[in-house]
Design a protein around this ligand. Structure first.
Ligand code: GAF
Length: 381
């Protein structure tokens, strides 16, 4: 049993910490659309990263991870990325704040959380947001939430080496209890939309696999989308991103791009359209129609965008046979992690009891289940 983060902090540093949390996220629909200036529909959930922090009046940062049972220290005047190590997120956010002119002072920190790592629930974005908010609050910086979100994203780009979009950090900071966020990733306009599911639950099924190519494949997808945009720009200089293209325009550049790039662009254009249509279906309370869009999203992610894997496809296909599952699809960057499922509450047990042995006998791995609720974004505990 892990010791609580606050208790660990007091034992290690003999003082009272400031306590901050930032949640993980789900995404109902709109995958890989964020870095194409498109639409997404995420929500913050009841799994979070927790940071305990206090100033130490030095130029040193001393950090302890409860989950990894490991410490890390660095000097605030001389540090760089530490890719592949949890500390890189703290280093990255600290660097972003310093570059923006905020005078980060020495601090002691203990952190931990219950967001499964590598499950596609954005534990890294939640951690970046928690660290950013903790430093901001501790040292009295006046940083608007939107800037905090951008510093967290930049930390991921520069210090973790993943060219992520804005969705994860945005959802972690801006989440609202009982609501999903409809976000336009170009204008950053957003709306909190209440999700009323009296008879259904959101169930995540974790494949418990993370295929190793995930980060490089993610960056590659971004490049491929950019190739499509560059080809379209030749005759349409106003086009800035795939957000500005439709399928008819994509057809006109088909001979200038590879089949792979064509398929990537097709998926993104279709997914953006799907988010808009799915959003209207939610307004009409048409959950069945919404679920169909989720299945179509998965099909595109698997066949055209090629970011799924056999484990995710298996879980999604299995649910198609169960009429009490309205929709299912892979969620997040892909290549492992979780599927998101909208399931009749009364049938949750039946689904778990049938899908678990089937998955085990196919892959020799026991999947995990998380029934999640929608919660508030980053804040003080
Ligand atoms: C990851 C990224 F961090 C997000 O920005 C987003 O692109 C997502 O993959 C795919 O929709 O979580």
């Amino acid at each position: 049993m892990k010791k609580p983060i606050e208790t660990t902090f007091k034992e290690l540093f003999q003082k009272e910490p400031l306590m901050v949390y930032s949640p993980g996220r789900i995404n109902l629909i709109g995958e890989h659309t964020d870095y194409n200036e498109g639409f997404v529909m995420p929500a913050a959930i009841d799994k979070k990263m927790i940071v305990a922090i206090a100033a130490n009046r030095t130029r040193q940062a001393k950090v302890y991870s409860v989950d990894f049972e490991e410490e890390f220290a660095f000097n605030l005047d001389s540090f760089g990325p530490k890719k592949g190590h949890w500390a890189t997120y703290i280093l990255g956010v600290t660097a972003q704040l310093q570059q923006a002119g905020y005078a980060v002072q020495g601090f002691d920190m203990v952190f931990g959380g219950d967001i499964p790592v590598g499950a596609g629930l954005s534990s890294s974005a939640a951690f970046e947001a928690a660290v950013g908010f903790a430093l901001t609050t501790l040292f009295g910086f006046h940083i608007p939430k939107r800037s905090l979100i951008h510093y967290a994203q930049k930390a991921e780009h520069v210090f973790a080496g993943v060219q992520c979009g804005i969705m994860d950090q945005f959802a972690s900071v801006m989440g609202k209890k009982g609501h999903v966020i409809r976000l336009d990733c170009r204008s950053m306009d957003f709306q909190h939309f209440p999700l009323n599911l009296p008879n259904h639950s959101i169930l995540l099924i974790d494949t418990c696999v993370k295929h190793s190519l995930a980060d490089s494949a993610y960056n590659k997808r971004r490049q491929e989308c950019q190739e499509g945009v560059q080809a379209a720009k030749k005759n349409n200089p106003d086009i800035k991103s795939l957000r500005d293209m439709d399928l008819a325009l994509l057809d006109t550049i088909q001979s200038d791009i590879s089949l792979t790039v064509f398929n990537r662009c097709k998926y993104i254009i279709e997914e953006n359209n799907r988010v808009v249509a799915a959003s209207a279906l939610l307004d009409q309370n048409n959950l069945k129609g919404f679920g169909e869009k989720m299945y179509a999203s998965h099909e595109g992610l698997s066949k055209l965008y090629e970011v799924s894997c056999p484990e995710l496809d298996f879980l999604v296909d299995f649910t198609k046979e169960q009429d009490y599952v309205l929709g299912s699809r892979m969620m997040g960057g892909g290549f492992g992690g979780c599927t998101i499922n909208i399931v009749e509450k009364a049938k949750l047990k039946a689904l778990k009891e049938s899908i678990q042995p089937a998955f085990e006998s196919r892959f020799g791995v026991t999947p995990k289940f998380y029934e999640v609720s929608l919660e508030d974004g980053t804040g003080l505990i």
